[in-house]
Design a binder for this molecule. Structure first.
Ligand SMILES: [Zn+2]
Ligand SMILES: [Zn+2]
Ligand SMILES: [Zn+2]
Length: 103
């Protein structure tokens, strides 16, 4: 297992009182308009998805890592847009790919 193969710099101030460092990515401006509730990449491949995530930077909708595609992660790797949320109404779950945790 090589868990530290990438992104180790993000944890430079971890460990204070056991608290993870604050994620400032969530303070960045959020997209106000979201795309349709579907993963266009999966649709093109004829796949199904289990859960959809929306990029808070640009409103791009794609499937989560639960599915084979992981297209939301692919979007992050292409664009460096760091934070995604679920499309479920009322859900406050958000995930930061840079810090690799919920925020
Ligand atoms: Zn973050
Ligand atoms: Zn997908
Ligand atoms: Zn985006």
């Amino acid at each position: 297992m090589t868990l530290d193969a990438q992104g180790t710099k993000a944890t430079d101030r971890a460990g204070l009182n056991g608290q993870a460092p604050r994620c400032d990515h969530v303070d960045q401006p959020s997209a106000v308009a979201y795309g349709p509730p579907e993963c266009t990449a999966c649709l093109a491949l004829g796949r199904v998805w289990t859960r959809l995530l929306v990029c808070l930077s640009c409103g791009w909708v794609a499937c989560s890592d639960d599915a084979r595609g992981g297209h939301a992660r692919a979007h992050y790797e292409e664009t460096d847009h760091p934070v995604v949320a679920t499309l479920e109404p009322g859900s406050t779950w958000r995930w930061c790919y840079v810090h690799r945790r919920t925020v």
